[in-house]
Design a protein around this ligand. Structure first.
Ligand code: GSH
Length: 257
């Protein structure tokens, strides 16, 4: 979800010169472990954005304190700050001790590294971590991406609609659903018993993907997994916070979930 909420949002306290110098990650010595000083995290995000929800789930899993800089049409200054922080103009962006961290997966890895809580979202074991990263990529690339292609087609002018691209996106979703249904057999979460980065990615991607291209009744493992994600308190909270924005969903939100 993006264009329709992109420049929408509250008020950054950082002076401009610090923002302009901020790109460059990691900056040695700038990031302090949580034990040494109070957490100073600001998240630029919108509650209805799928990639923002991915990071919000990670923050809520560990009750990590952060300032929420909500982007919105009613706060152009927040959008301008985002553009200064990350000229590619994508949300979410996390600012940690004046250092912007971009890309949802990297933000979650950053939280796990610098602000760990009881729920470790990236396993300490390198081999297990690889599986988690692989599944994170699967959800972003093969569920989130085609889902967004379908959603954004609704934002195009009638003459610029792309039926071929939408049909292809639906095929991609079908392929991903089928593969995931097999991969999830016998698993509670994406990679087994522990909730991880991969589940943070899975939750919003499957949530919205099912809205635009319903997961078939035959794919019981995937449907049950999506239901478990919806029942997870961290994601349930993100879904509730986004509920007031459902009317913005370009294809129209279904009357469920
Ligand atoms: N790869 C990025 C994707 C972020 C992304 O696409 N965010 C959308 C909102 S869900 C956005 O900011 N779109 C604005 C735009 O495309 O202009 C990530 O993982 O953070």
């Amino acid at each position: 979800m993006s264009h329709f909420v992109k420049n929408c949002g509250p008020a950054l306290q950082l002076p401009h010169n610090r923002l302009q110098n901020a790109i460059g990650y990691p900056m040695q010595g700038q990031l302090k472990p949580m034990q040494e000083e109070p957490v100073s995290l600001t998240l630029y995000a919108h509650p209805f954005s799928s990639y923002c929800q991915k990071v919000l789930v990670a923050l809520y899993e560990n009750a990590t304190p952060f300032a929420y800089r909500q982007l919105g049409m009613d706060d152009p200054e927040a959008g301008a700050e985002l553009a200064r922080l990350w000229p590619l103009n994508k949300m979410p962006v996390l600012v940690d001790s004046d250092v912007p961290v971009v890309e949802s997966s990297v933000i979650i890895e950053h939280l796990d590294l610098f602000h760990p809580g009881p729920a470790r979202l990236v396993p300490a074991d390198a081999k297990q971590a690889l599986m988690v990263r692989m599944m994170d990529r699967v959800f972003d690339n093969y569920v989130m991406t085609p889902m967004q292609a379908i959603v954004f087609d609704h934002l195009r002018p009638a003459d610029d609609r792309d039926p071929f691209g939408v049909a292809r996106a639906r095929e991609k979703l079908e392929d991903a659903y089928r593969w995931l249904d097999g991969a999830l057999a016998g698993r509670q979460w994406a990679c087994g018993d522990a909730f991880s980065l991969a589940d943070c990615a899975a939750a919003p991607s499957l949530f919205y993907a099912d809205w635009v291209h319903e997961i078939g009744q035959a794919l019981g493992n995937l449907r049950a997994y999506r239901s478990r994600l919806l029942a997870r308190p961290s994601f349930a909270r993100a879904v509730e916070e986004a509920r007031p924005f459902r009317e913005l969903f370009p294809p129209g939100a279904p009357d469920r979930d």
